[in-house]
Design a protein around this ligand. Structure first.
Ligand code: SAM
Length: 295
């Protein structure tokens, strides 16, 4: 039984069409309308599961306009499901604008959980750090990409990126330049599909591995990069990292580390290593700041 006047946000498979929950199928079969990123992709999935519900297109270029039409449907007690081409709507995909508008009009938004490429990759990567930062797609061009990567350099948690096949080599090359060769990279390609590959290596070896077999450059990618070294070696509390950042802003490095260790009880060596990483990333982002000449 569906709720009246509700928007269901339904996760769909990221490859294998059987990776969809029974509840998702029930909802897709029962709603009045399905809003889909590409109607053909949605129709293919629905046909496999013998579902004939009406589909309308909702993508990043018409989301705000279609949202108004969907709200008009909800006003007449109809139910609507939102799906994207793959995985969970709103995650590097359309959905947030529609959900926001529906919610602000007072209608229910009901998530139906399921596949997501980032979480799927993380579950099979075996990276032990308890935290991760999902970044999604980096900028397309090297300058912007390296700038963004620079801002992530001091992050201690696992960094998760989405990448397209035509940018995979450039992206990995930029990562090596920004983070050095030592970090661990997990390359998760074509998850749940025929050529699924999950390869774990040192970041410095990743480019050669990709270049050795052009097949490994094809398909869809999730990249998972281990975090800043100081934290890899002994997990540091967020509170200690925060204290260190504040102290580093006003004090010389050694003094900041000593005080941070006294205040937080954190290991001095670990804090020292982290302070070096923080300083380095601060300096590299300063170097990239363009100072315009005065006229
Ligand atoms: N909403 C989706 C989700 O929940 O994961 C993400 C959609 S985003 C437009 C598409 C990107 O997700 C791809 O470029 C790729 O980086 C990643 N992706 C999607 N399916 C994948 C798969 N089967 N294997 C590896 N990465 C995948």
């Amino acid at each position: 039984m569906l709720a009246k006047s509700a928007l269901y946000v339904v996760a769909t498979p990221i490859g294998n069409l059987r990776d969809i929950s029974l509840r998702a199928l029930d909802v897709l079969a029962s709603v009045d309308v399905i809003a889909a990123e590409h109607t053909q992709t949605a129709r293919h999935l629905l046909t496999v599961h013998s579902i004939t519900t009406r589909i309308v297109a909702l993508h990043q270029h018409n989301e705000a306009v279609v949202a108004e039409k969907i709200i008009a449907l909800l006003a007449t007690e109809k139910t609507v499901a939102l799906v994207t081409d793959a995985g969970t709507p709103g995650i590097s995909d359309p959905g947030a604008i529609l959900v926001d508008q529906v919610r602000s009009q007072g209608y229910s938004v009901i998530p139906i959980p399921g596949a997501n490429a980032a979480v799927c990759a993380l579950s099979a990567a075996g990276m032990v750090h308890p935290h991760f930062l999902f970044y999604g797609f980096l900028p397309n061009k090297t300058v912007g990409r390296k700038r963004e990567l620079g801002t992530l350099k001091s992050q201690s948690c696992i960094l998760i990126f989405y990448e397209a096949p035509h940018r995979i080599l450039d992206c990995v090359a930029d990562m090596i330049e920004v983070f050095g060769a030592q970090r661990q990279l997990t390359i998760a390609r074509e998850l749940t599909k025929l050529f699924e590959t999950i390869h774990v290596c040192a970041l410095g070896d990743a480019l050669a591995w990709l270049q050795a077999d052009t097949n490994q450059q094809k398909g869809e990618f999730v990249l998972l990069l281990s975090g800043a070294e100081a934290v890899d070696k002994g997990i540091i509390s967020e509170q200690a990292e925060h204290a260190l950042k504040l102290l580093l802003a006003d004090l010389p490095l050694k003094q900041a580390v000593k005080l941070a260790a006294e205040i937080t009880g954190e290991n001095k060596n670990t804090l020292y290593k982290l302070a070096l990483v923080l300083k380095e990333s601060q300096e590299s982002s300063l170097k990239e700041t363009v100072i315009l000449p005065e006229v």
